[in-house]
Design a protein around this ligand. Structure first.
Ligand code: AMP
Length: 336
């Protein structure tokens, strides 16, 4: 994954989540981002977008990006995103993201972008680094500022990017007059972070080379079973929840807890062997994914529906985004 966008930004009533179409959605995406959207949409305003512009910051296959964009949107709907309650759209279909990105670039220093740790890490060793990889945190700032998000829950790896968004917004406001809401980072107390089953020290990710440890949302039951049963566990044989010393078992217990809405420490007491625990995890994950897979198959037979939802979402998103861009253009000196 090259361009992580934060991706959960909220005001008290607004939650903004972006999904990069750089690979197939996995259990980490589902438990860490999609399920909070589904439950959150009944409590406040929810915005989910397919961050296809961010997918272009690294070598990409055009047909695959297009295909993944539609697939991810279909999975979000299959998982329960309600287009009447939530806003779902494709980033590139709301040109205000790119427009605001440019205006914000004019308020960002080269040195600021170049300092980003993720840019250093992700560009290291690459022969051809796209300029967009350098500037993607500015696009991320545009994603956030476009929707006037006040609070942005971020993990440690995104703190620096959020800081950049704050700096750029503050500077823009100071130079050109109050234009943007300055977002504040919040660190969720309980952040679901699903780890790779083959390497519990690495986060489960879409483009990991460790596919054997990544459960994809559309994996068939027998594949899920195989991956879970092969999960790396720690030395020892008793089932205890100890993330520091037994990260493999802790990850399995956390996955189980998320699937059955339980607590890892309490669930640990129900199992006397790793084998038993793995069987339970395989069953729980399969049961969680089954209805999503069935609905996904139904929706796939009617791609017109998904496209209509996306077109309608883009229309609605444009409406509110246009207001922010208009404000920014006028402030910075463009004829509007
Ligand atoms: P991405 O996969 O970068 O497009 O991220 C989409 C959303 O899924 C973001 O909100 C991420 O924080 C979340 N996410 C990605 N990987 C994981 C993981 N392994 N565990 C929990 N949440 C994740």
């Amino acid at each position: 994954m090259t361009a992580t966008i934060p991706t959960t930004a909220t005001t008290a009533t607004r939650r903004l989540t972006g999904f990069k179409p750089t690979g197939n959605l996995h259990l980490g995406n589902l438990l860490g981002a999609i399920q909070p959207i589904i439950t959150g949409q009944y409590r406040g305003e929810t915005i989910a977008f397919l961050a296809d512009l961010h997918a272009l910051t690294v070598t990409h296959d055009p047909a695959r990006v297009r295909e993944l964009t539609l697939e991810q949107a279909t999975i979000l709907l299959a998982a329960g995103l309600d287009p009447d309650r939530s806003l779902l759209y494709v980033q590139s279909q709301v040109s205000e993201h790119a427009e605001l990105h440019y205006l914000l670039e004019c308020a960002t220093g080269y040195g600021e972008a170049h300092r980003m740790i993720q840019f250093k890490e992700k560009s290291a060793g690459q022969q051809q680094v796209r300029l967009s990889l350098l500037t993607y945190p500015v696009l991320m700032a545009a994603d956030i500022l476009l929707h006037d998000a006040r609070e942005v829950p971020v993990g440690d790896d995104q703190s620096q990017h959020l800081e950049l968004a704050r700096d750029v917004a503050t500077r823009f406001n100071a130079r050109y007059g109050q234009t943007f809401t300055v977002p504040r980072a919040v660190h969720p107390e309980v952040a679901t972070r699903v780890m790779n089953l083959a390497d519990p020290t690495a986060k489960m990710g879409k483009t990991s080379s460790l596919d054997t440890g990544t459960i994809f949302v559309l994996d068939p039951p027998e594949v899920i079973r195989r991956k879970v049963l092969r999960a790396v566990t720690d030395s020892g044989s008793t089932v205890e929840y100890d993330p520091e010393h037994r990260p493999g078992v802790a990850n399995l217990l956390e996955i189980l807890a998320a699937c059955v809405d339980g607590k890892p420490t309490e669930l640990a007491a129900d199992y006397t062997s790793y084998g038993q625990l793995k069987q339970a995890v395989a069953e729980a994950v399969t049961a969680l994914l089954h209805p999503i897979q069935v609905r996904h198959a139904e929706l796939t037979r009617d791609p017109g529906y998904v496209r209509r939802v996306l077109a309608d979402g883009a229309e609605r998103a444009r409406h509110s985004a246009a207001d922010t861009v208009h404000r920014a253009k006028r402030a910075i000196g463009l004829l509007t």
